[in-house]
Design a protein. Structure first.
Lengths: 509, 509
């Protein structure tokens, strides 16, 4: 097989490997490749797959050379000039299983294992990942399939063992702007002495995930060895799950889920529980917000979801409790990394202006986790959590975690471009559309621009006058700012009505 | 808004538009773009969407320049050096409908119209198209949705009107190797004087479509005006539907369907009937092959599919008849463009060695179409067709069609690399796996390499001795040849058994 000289091209193709061949290259013609077909590149037992682009310009890639984008070059891990062999890749065998799923079959553990392996080995194009995600989203996965998928995902990466009887964790299924309780729960629980090594995803469709917000204060990209040391030392962490090689397939799929904006039950349950399993969690508290614009809109749906979590949790050996919480509106005031950090610090510092709903919810969740401790009497968790917060021990613990992970000296400054959105009429706030607030904050640039987002002045049940500011948009860049303000001016997400229209709190602790 | 200087890069990115910005470009930083995000490029009322790659090498793209791949440059249609504006594109609004479909909703005409428009305007990434295709494949579309989708697809392009009472057409749902009856039916029907302007797709997952095979003999990429003239003159054509701007969305979706290997009922029905509607067909004969390795494997399924076709056909005003045919094995001997052309010419030339099954099936289908003519007595179509073929009028008509479309002076030569596959045991051929023969022929390089494919020596019911050749693989290129032979050696697709194991013919004309 003819060999080509490796060349690094300074082209950034994000998570996709791209290779470049000259159209007059003998090899390209002989092998019958087509632009955009996938090719396999090998040398010295190194192998990558890449999408082929064909180039006519010798100054980019000459005949006899193989150009690689930055990502592909790094992944292959060989110096420029290395003689490489290019070949047709074996097609991803597991796409057969995806096609079976599309035509309505149930998949087994081996299918999910094969799919996750092929995805990690970069054999799937984004198009193929989209096919897999939608296939699993649409008719949904049965709970048995979710169990198999969870195991396959957990088996796809490293796995931690903490050698402790209780390794606590919490997770929210998402959808509620500003709902950053983890950054309060972790320091409270760790201050009690319980182990809580929390890893989070970045935002998929929301303006911030816990990893995005924590990143304002501290390094969140931690290698597993580093993470292990930190947790041993301070009893907790708030890290990004991605770079820690735990259930890595999820972090690849997110690059497709995010732009598609799909978020399906089976994928969600498997993604959450596989991370927890890989992270060595033994006890998990799950937050399922319920409300008219939450992900879960009816009590029956919430109870059904809880059952699926319990089913899979029991079978993978995680003690799991799911609480259904008030998801009628955003939590706290800030939506977007920097604005959320401000709220969290207000609560940790016991400031009188701290948002009460964020504080109350965090104490509730932390309390439930503390009750995983056999020494804590049922029903007393909330008060223990409150004592830890009020005494300043939670703040001290948070500072210790930040220091351990690597403190950032941030300019904690909301985006400099601002716009105040005003009430359209007099009355009471009787609806805040979580989706719309998320969309406005995302368009403003969150989570990529840390200071971008939305700062809420009014919450459910508040009295407003027509023309009174209800929230402020923050953005860093002109184009984003314009888009966000335009959207808010079309639909600001607030419903103003009579006092009797305020929906009741569905909370059930 | 800052402007960038347009630059053409000699990079071939197939059907995807790619744009290149220098990472030190002020504009890139200010707008907060990310590699692989979609950007909108405008100047002088020209607009395209492209995927962004970020480049560090000034010799490829300097700060202040915007590089475009060949395709993107051509599509924008402006000279190098033009000042262009780059902006965030409006997200494709119709993805909301796709997400609704994923969560189980039925879609209406407006949804399908919006989706097809956004796809044609290049607003969908391949990933998003994959999501749409799988969403429609999995739970399937209801027949009402298929009707809406068909109309939306037909409305997305040009539409022909032939101003004749009968505009005949035929179509096969595919899946059967070597089934090139159109290239016999069209000359027979046109020789009778009936108008039959046949347009076909290229192969999606098979080793050849009619357009791929016809391309061996004649030009098939015909502009609508050209096609119109040709049909007016010779009463028929065998053209590729793609470049003729009829229902163009289908040709874009095929670039995703093909690599994914998905082929769903709703997509198929809408794709076929929208093309027919756009092509101005009034009468359509539909071929539904039935067999253990055909697309349709049970009579009930075949009847169900026929009903869907009839439902949509009636509502869009096409007189449609569907026949269920023998799909137990490949038709004729050759599989792959050049080999199929050989079989077809043998039939047209009334050669005694012509494959009988191909001849018989073509006469049956042509006969049914001739009976659309009110002057043809029911039941006499087959004999009229046979007379047209035997008299040489069909051959003369085929030559006229080839000449009108633009004759190719081909080297009609099967691929030079050959390998003979031998029977594993003594007995009777009682199964030929259509899928496996297709796969082997595709791996050999068909349809891109015209001479590649499979040449069958034995058919169902034939007696074979162990070691006797059952078919020959032809390929043009070493790598393809190796893959194809390997697959055939693993599973050659033939079942040899007792005489009593030969499955009965399901044919029902």
């Amino acid at each position: 097989m003819e060999k080509l000289r490796l060349k690094r091209l300074s082209i950034d193709t994000y998570k996709e490997n791209v290779a470049y061949l000259n159209s007059r290259c003998k090899f390209y013609r002989a092998a019958g490749f087509q632009a955009l077909s996938k090719i396999k590149i090998t040398a010295d037992h190194h192998m990558i797959l890449a999408v082929l682009n064909v180039v006519d310009d010798d100054s980019i890639v000459a005949p006899g050379e193989l150009g690689l984008s930055q990502q592909a070059f790094t992944q292959l891990g060989l110096p420029e000039g290395t003689a490489v062999v290019v070949d047709h890749p074996e097609p991803p065998v597991s796409m057969d299983a995806v096609r079976r799923k599309i035509s309505g079959d149930r998949l087994g553990y081996r299918d999910f294992k094969a799919i996750t392996r092929d995805i990690i080995e970069n054999r799937y194009s984004k198009m193929e990942m989209a096919a897999f995600l939608v296939a699993c989203a649409e008719t949904g996965l049965e709970r048995q399939e979710i169990l198999y998928y969870t195991r396959a995902m957990a088996d796809s990466g490293q796995r931690l063992d903490w050698h402790e009887p209780i390794v606590a964790d919490k997770h929210c299924i998402g959808g509620i702007p500003g709902n950053r309780t983890s950054m309060l729960v972790v320091p409270i629980v760790a201050a009690h002495g319980m182990l809580i090594p929390k890893t989070s995803s970045r935002a998929i469709t929301s303006p911030a995930g816990t990893a995005d917000t924590m990143e304002v204060l501290a390094e969140v990209n931690l290698e597993p060895e580093r993470l292990y040391e930190i947790v041993r030392k301070v009893r907790g962490c708030l890290a990004w799950g991605g770079t820690s090689r735990l259930a890595p397939v999820d972090d690849i799929l997110i690059t497709v889920e995010r732009p598609l904006g799909i978020d399906a039950t089976g994928q969600m349950v498997a993604s959450i529980l596989s991370k927890k399993l890989a992270a060595g969690s033994t006890h998990l508290l799950l937050d399922i917000p319920l409300g008219p614009t939450a992900k879960v809109r009816h009590m029956q749906q919430a109870l059904g979801l809880r059952k699926i979590f319990e089913y899979v949790g029991d079978r993978i050996g995680i003690h799991l409790e799911a609480v259904i919480t008030d998801g009628r509106q955003p939590i706290g005031r800030g939506v977007g990394p920097v604005l959320e950090v401000r709220d969290i610090l207000q609560v940790l510092e016991n400031r009188p202006d701290a948002p009460g709903d964020l504080r109350h919810k965090a104490l509730n969740l932390a309390g439930r986790i503390l009750e995983f401790d056999p020494e804590v009497r049922g029903g007393t968790g909330y008060h223990i959590a409150e004592e830890i917060l009020a005494s300043g021990r939670a703040l001290a613990k948070m500072e210790a975690i930040i220091k351990a992970q690597g403190e950032k000296r941030p300019k904690i400054r909301p985006g400099r471009l601002t716009f105040e959105v005003k009430a359209n009429s007099d009355g009471w706030v009787c609806g805040i559309d979580n989706f719309q607030i998320n969309r406005i904050a995302r368009l403003a640039g969150a989570p990529l621009d840390k200071g971008a987002g939305v700062d809420l002045f009014k919450k459910l049940g508040d009295r407003v006058e027509k023309g009174e500011p209800i929230y402020r948009i923050h953005a860093e860049f002109e184009a984003d700012f314009k888009f966000s303000v335009n959207l808010a001016e079309k639909h600001n997400g607030y419903t103003i009505g009579g006092k009797e229209d305020i929906p009741p709190n569905p909370e059930e602790f």
